[in-house]
Design a protein around this ligand. Structure first.
Ligand SMILES: [Zn+2]
Ligand SMILES: [Zn+2]
Length: 257
């Protein structure tokens, strides 16, 4: 049984009990897992989820906003200090990989990957391409955000997990989430703030519900929530457009697939 762990559920601004949005995907063999995004206190969130420094095999970075990439150098360093020995593969689209290389270069006086106790490799992906992430077949889709951004569709033995990351409504969403068992979408705003959502190229909760309905998803999980305490409001609003199960997870929540 695979698991999705919601390591963080906040948007760009963390709250006392919500760090920036990040997911861990644990296949049947949880000792080789996938981490998606690395903002906020992602290393602490991994530990709280019981995922030690050697459990993450692959990291996918969806885009280069600080709340999704800002903790990458400290994550790599924390893995080292935590005793990691297994290689780490990092996947991103070319525009994001360029930022990753610059981020690592900033700390090159101590973060010298060619003399690191575990191997770190960088692999670019792009629209429509397939990769095997932590043993799971995965396909990447370009989203429509204020900077280049991707979502990912993971084919698990018992169903599809799809994750939009930051985006506004766009034609690739239907292919990303088609018939997904779980569609995880960002939900930065409630629809009363739809003008802000368009200006910053994000989804409202109502649009997330419409997206889940259009995709024929069985379950919708609302993350990257921009307002503290809005979990119930976001779920209620998404339910106006989607009749399936809707989760507004808190940090550390787990869903089995
Ligand atoms: Zn974000
Ligand atoms: Zn963003």
């Amino acid at each position: 049984m695979a698991r999705v762990i919601f390591l963080g559920t906040a948007a760009a601004l963390p709250f006392a009990h919500q760090t920036n949005t990040a997911l861990a995907l644990l296949p049947d063999d949880p000792s080789s897992s996938l981490l998606i995004d690395c903002g906020g206190d992602v290393y602490g969130a991994l530990l709280r989820a019981g995922l030690g420094p050697d459990t993450i095999a692959d990291l996918l970075v969806t885009h280069a906003h600080i709340d999704h990439i800002g903790s990458l150098p400290s994550l790599i360093e924390s893995f080292r200090l935590g005793g990691r020995r297994r290689p780490l593969r990092i996947y991103a689209i070319p525009e994001v990989m360029a930022v990753i290389e610059r981020l690592l270069d900033v700390f090159s006086y101590e973060l010298t990957l060619d003399n690191w106790p575990y191997a770190v490799t960088l692999d670019t992906v792009d629209q429509g391409q397939e990769r095997t992430l932590a043993g799971m077949p995965a396909r990447v889709f370009r989203m429509d955000h204020s900077i280049p951004s991707i979502g990912v569709r993971l084919e698990l033995p018992n169903g599809v997990v799809a994750y939009t990351c930051d985006t506004q409504p766009n034609p690739n969403l239907s292919a990303l989430g088609r018939n997904a068992q779980i569609l995880v979408t960002e939900c930065t705003f409630l629809h009363q703030h739809a003008a802000f959502a368009r200006a910053s190229k994000h989804l409202t909760a109502l649009e997330a519900g419409q997206c889940a309905a259009d995709c024929g998803a069985q379950m919708l999980a609302l993350v990257h929530r921009g307002m503290e305490g809005d979990a119930t409001a976001a779920r209620d609003e998404a339910a106006q457009a989607f009749s399936g199960a809707i989760l507004s997870p808190t940090d550390g929540d787990v869903v089995e697939v």
